[in-house]
Structure formats: structure tokens, C-alpha cells
Design a protein around this ligand. Structure first.
Ligand SMILES: [Zn+2]
Length: 317
């Protein structure tokens, strides 16, 4: 595969679509990059910019160097916490309207378009319908279903999917991560390379998981108040949900398959204790609620309420 897109082994379709369009000089004006957090949407847009600005992606020229440092004047990411409001949409439009300073075309990335306010979305309609020739827009979203139809219809959908676990392990090994650690990171990443890399950077990743596992066991025993735990976990809710989903899937599969190798194999003691307290059927029930909680979070439900109700399900029956 083209070195430019080396992080996207599992997404051949998206890579082929974009590389062919770049080679032919026929990129669309606007793409909607859809994929879960950590699937590499921003990295993908940056890779497209890299190939457009320097077809070899040589890594040495001015374009490559500026892009590598995230300071290329013709590539910009517009990001916000929570909703994407009118003000940010306006900044995005202003950037688009000014011709590129050095590169043949500009790339503008607007993140979290599943959280556009109606006002912001309306203000983008004209520019997405008929943007200046010198720009390619990348809108990102966690899922296309969550994007307003008016925005969706004005962009070409590019879906980024999770990668096979073995590919993530290989990538981590190539980056000098030790094998056992790489396997656990990959198993916990949900197929998202970005997430695996981020977890690898976090020094507290393994100790934190151990604490979470111990707390889950205490809740199952009825020794810890589930709402207090939820309060503590509120900050890391996405990672906690990822963890709990893998944890209860482990418990369910352990009860079905004797030689099953758990995702959380480094937490074997805690898993063993949990399996005594939470038989397969109950684990499956909680697992379903974990999956449902993640869906509700994607749909922008109140995070705290979602977590509270999930934690109460774990409480000793
Ligand atoms: Zn270059």
C-alpha cells in the first residue's frame, strides 16, 4: 500500500477511492469521513493533504515538514468540544474562501459534524453546495446516520472501519511496543489504531484498568456503591465503557468456551473472582446494557445518567 496511507491497512476501500481521485485530479469538493473515535479520521484527512501537497509524501520538502508539524497554512482542522456552533462554522468558511498560500489546493477539516447546531449546518449549505475550486472539505462524524441529511447529501461518504486486531498488534510491534503489552492494547482498542496508540502513551493505562477491574468486582459483591463509582468514572466515560464491554464479553465467553483467551487476560485474578459472582447469563445481560449505553452516548444522551443506570445493573442482585 501507498506509504501515505500506511495507518489505514484495514480501510482499503477508502484508501483506493481517495488515492485514485488524487491521481486523476478529481477529488470531490466535500467528503464526510465517518468512523468511531480513534478510527483515524483526522489522520486520514492529513494523509490526503500530504499526497496532494507532495505526491511522493517525501517527508523532507517544505510541504511535508509543515504538515508533519501541523502548521501547514493550507491545512487546518476546526475542532470544538460539544456542539459545533455557528461561530466555528463561520471560521471554517472564512478559511475556505481565501485562496491557498502555497499548495495547489487547500484542505479544511470540520470535526464532529454529527454535533452541528441547525444554525451552523444551515450556514454551511451554500459553501458545501458550491465551494471554491481551490478547496477540499473534510467533515468528520462518528456515524453518517447522526449527520443532518442536508449535510450528508452535499458530501461524499467515506467510511473508516475498525482494523483487525492482528494488524494493530503488528503496528504496535513495529513501533517498538513489547509483545504482551501490544496484544492487550490491541484487544482493548476495539480495532481502532488511534486508540491503541493513545492508550500506549498513557502511563496509567495498566494500573487504571486494574483499579477498574477491582471496583467492578466490589460492585458485583455489593461492597461498593455503584453510583459513587460512576461519579469517579464520569471523566473517562468512553474508556470505561470500552473496558466494561470487553470485561463482560470476557465473562460471557469464558462461561461458554473453556479455552477462551480473555481480552483482559492480564486481569485473570479479577476475572476469575467476577465469574464466580456473575454467571454467563447475567454477564450477557450486563453486556447488552453496555452496548446500549455506548449507543446512547453516541446519540448525545446525558453521559452521567447513562453511566448511572448501567452501574446500577451491575449492583449485586
Ligand atoms: Zn514532500
Amino acid at each position: 500500500m501507498d506509504n501515505t496511507f500506511r495507518h489505514f491497512y484495514g480501510n482499503q476501500r477508502a484508501v483506493r477511492l481517495l488515492s485514485a481521485a488524487i491521481d486523476r485530479g478529481q477529488l470531490s469538493h466535500a467528503y464526510l469521513l465517518a468512523g468511531p473515535p480513534g478510527s483515524g479520521k483526522k489522520t486520514f484527512a492529513r494523509a490526503v493533504a500530504g499526497k496532494m501537497f507532495c505526491i511522493e509524501s517525501c517527508g523532507k520538502c517544505q510541504h511535508c515538514r509543515l504538515l508533519g508539524k501541523d502548521i501547514h497554512p493550507d491545512f487546518r482542522v476546526f475542532a470544538s468540544q460539544g456542539f459545533v456552533r455557528l461561530e466555528l462554522a463561520r471560521e471554517f468558511k472564512t478559511f475556505i474562501q481565501i485562496p491557498p498560500s502555497d499548495a495547489p489546493q487547500k484542505i479544511a477539516v470540520l470535526e464532529n459534524c454529527h454535533r452541528l447546531t441547525t444554525e451552523a449546518a444551515n450556514s454551511l449549505l451554500n459553501i458545501l453546495e458550491d465551494p471554491p475550486d481551490h478547496v477540499v472539505c473534510f467533515l468528520t462524524a462518528e456515524s453518517p446516520e447522526a449527520v443532518l441529511p442536508t449535510i450528508l447529501s452535499r458530501s461524499q461518504l467515506v467510511q473508516l472501519s475498525p482494523l483487525p486486531e492482528a494488524k494493530i498488534v503488528q503496528h504496535l510491534l513495529d513501533n517498538g511496543v513489547e509483545k504482551g503489552r501490544a496484544e492487550i492494547l490491541a484487544a482493548c482498542s476495539g480495532g481502532l489504531l488511534g486508540q491503541a496508540l493513545e492508550m500506549n502513551e498513557r502511563e496509567d493505562f495498566f494500573p487504571t484498568r486494574q483499579q477498574w477491574a477491582e471496583t467492578v468486582v466490589e460492585i458485583l459483591k455489593g461492597e461498593t456503591d455503584p453510583l459513587k463509582a460512576a461519579e469517579k468514572w464520569n471523566e473517562d466515560v468512553e474508556q470505561v465503557l470500552e473496558f466494561l464491554t470487553a470485561w463482560f464479553r470476557d465473562l460471557q465467553l469464558m462461561s461458554l468456551t473453556p479455552d477462551y483467551v480473555a481480552v483482559n487476560r492480564d486481569l485473570a485474578c479479577q476475572l476469575e473472582a467476577a465469574s464466580m459472582l456473575c454467571p454467563g447469563e447475567r454477564a450477557f445481560d450486563i453486556l447488552k446494557h453496555c452496548v446500549r449505553a455506548r449507543e446512547r452516548m453516541l446519540a448525545n444522551c446525558n453521559v452521567r445518567l447513562v453511566l448511572d443506570s448501567l452501574m446500577l445493573r451491575m449492583w449485586k442482585d
